[in-house]
Design a binder for this molecule. Structure first.
Ligand SMILES: [Zn+2]
Length: 309
């Protein structure tokens, strides 16, 4: 047994935003609310309810979730423009613990080709929008999009600038699922140790599964010091999906003695949550999927019991 008590990892569920964004996964407001209620029972720390500027229906879904959910932080996504931030704040301000989430690219390929901006312009825009969001809400998360393919020095400068502007959570995304676990862990370690002011912020990661490494990359980031994890139920999400909540949570549980990490998820609610998301999205879970697949379930219950014992 470990002598020190385990470190807390915060679970950020983005099933209703990144998961819902992928083609074929549309959820109406009632379905989103049902999933949010189940996520509350599951004990996640943060629920990302949606992308309010995207449609009046999504704005309304976010507003209903923010009004009803208690315990978990409720957040929603904004690009680094005032209209998006106003829409997020309009939708989530009635939450018990609201958080505004701002995303803006950090890789040159995105900055030049997608935004048609310079690095300096992106830094200035990001800082201005973080400060604006902070004037509305105490909790502001900044995600430098495509961090996995960015120049690390510019990424570090970005993180410093956004913390100075008022961001209290920095989320490092591997947007295209490109990184190897040791590269991604090293990137997170470097940013956390070299960015001035980083001890004032909570570090989070958001990994995609294009090469099947989302969970491995997330675990590498936790080993490097990140303490918040963005993930989705059944690993749904754009393209090959996101880090699967059930896999990362069961890893933390089953290997707690080795990892020295714990989270607040109620593991006995995992199967119910997985089934609800599969039903409401109309997308069944592959039978051999780790932890929640039909063939894996008996085994998962077994390892869970061992973990409890
Ligand atoms: Zn994503």
């Amino acid at each position: 047994m470990r002598e020190t008590s385990p470190d807390r990892v915060f679970i950020f569920d983005t099933t209703l935003r990144d998961g819902e964004q992928s083609p074929g996964f549309h959820l109406d407001a009632n379905s989103k609310l049902r999933i949010a209620r189940q996520l509350e029972k599951l004990g996640v720390d943060v629920i990302e309810a949606g992308f309010p500027i995207s449609s009046p229906g999504d704005f309304e879904a976010c507003r209903r979730i923010a009004r009803e959910i208690r315990g978990a932080t409720v957040t929603a996504l904004a690009r680094a423009v005032k209209e998006d931030i106003d829409a997020v704040w309009g939708a989530i301000k009635e939450a018990e613990n609201p958080q505004i989430h701002i995303v803006l690219s950090v890789s040159d390929v995105h900055i030049n080709r997608k935004l048609g901006m310079t690095r300096e312009q992106v830094l200035a825009r990001g800082a201005e929008m973080v400060a604006y969001a902070r004037s509305l809400c105490e909790n502001v998360q900044y995600s430098p999009e495509d961090a996995g393919r960015a120049d690390p020095d510019y990424l570090i400068e970005t993180v410093e600038t956004m913390i100075a502007a008022g961001a209290n959570v920095i989320n490092i995304p591997d947007t295209t699922g490109y990184c190897l676990p040791y590269e991604f862990g090293e990137l997170v370690r470097r940013v956390m140790s070299e960015a001035r002011g980083s001890s004032a912020a909570l570090f989070s990661v958001h990994c995609h599964n294009d090469l099947g490494l989302a969970v491995a990359n997330t675990l590498a980031a936790l080993a490097a010091g990140a303490r918040r994890v963005e993930c989705t139920i059944n690993g749904i999400g754009e393209r090959a999906g996101n880090t699967s909540l059930e896999e990362i949570v069961m890893l933390l549980n089953v290997r707690q003695n080795k990892l020295g990490l714990e989270c607040g998820v109620v593991t006995k609610e995992i199967t119910r949550t997985s089934r609800l998301v599969a039903e409401l999205t109309g997308t069944p879970v592959q039978p051999n999927k780790a932890v929640v697949g039909a063939n894996a379930f008996a085994h998962a219950s077994g390892i869970h019991q061992d973990g409890v014992l």
